[in-house]
Design a binder for this molecule. Sequence first.
Ligand SMILES: Nc1ncnc2c1ncn2[C@@H]1O[C@H](COP(=O)(O)OP(=O)(O)OP(=O)(O)O)[C@@H](O)[C@H]1O
Ligand SMILES: [Mg+2]
Length: 242
Amino acid sequence: MTAPLLSVRGVSKRFGGLLAVNDVSFDMVPGELVSIIGPNGAGKTTLFNLLTGQLAPTAGAVVLDGHDISRLSPNRRARLGLGRTFQISQTLTSLTVIENVMVGAFLHRRGLRRAAERAEEVLHLVGLHDRAAIRAGTLTLSERRRLEVARALALEPRVVLLDEVMAGLNPTEVGEVVDLVERLHGEGHTFLVIEHNLKVVRRFARRVIVIERGAKLVEGTAEEVLSDPRVVEAYVGRKRAA
Ligand SMILES: Nc1ncnc2c1ncn2[C@@H]1O[C@H](COP(=O)(O)OP(=O)(O)OP(=O)(O)O)[C@@H](O)[C@H]1O
Ligand SMILES: [Mg+2]
């Protein structure tokens, strides 16, 4: 058995009376692509915040490569290998595309030239190299999403965490971002992906973790999970209540 790269051990997060994340555990081995799904407000982004350090867990531990990183700052965790995108865009719209990526690249590369080299490599990977010099604020939504993936990759992460990078894209654009993730995954990158679009989850068709009211409801292949009556209920029940 391959040793886990990321091990999430019984993490919880309480906000006052709300247990937003409730005793969630799972492991990821290097090279995996794992999807996290769940209704709105289920606690998916809060879980990411516990992994990457924007929030400290109320209980439990986040272990990267055998080291407990639960108490480290987001910056330290990024250095150790967790790169992420944010559901609310973090693009610096007044900077150019390449400058946005360089902000991430500085984490491991000292000096402007080295950071620029890394940023160029990453822009090639996501197909934005011809946009490098334009202001990030003028990108289309789909380009901006690829820029956000590029910023995460610039950190040279061991695990890339994507929080709903497909949201708001049309089906063609979704296809482009799916192709990008598949390609990077094929090159060996490890992904943990929060995804609302169940077609995308089916296309990834690998391990899926369902979060409902803060807790892990089920885990399995996309086919198993999406045909599980408890998952159907969690989605349909929510829609009915809405
Ligand atoms: N900083 C905070 N303080 C208080 N409550 C919070 C905070 N962050 C999130 N919550 C609450 O925790 C719950 C989980 O929110 P979270 O954003 O993690 O859900 P989500 O699964 O990412 O939802 P969505 O699919 O809409 O992005 C929600 O009830 C939310 O209002
Ligand atoms: Mg969210």
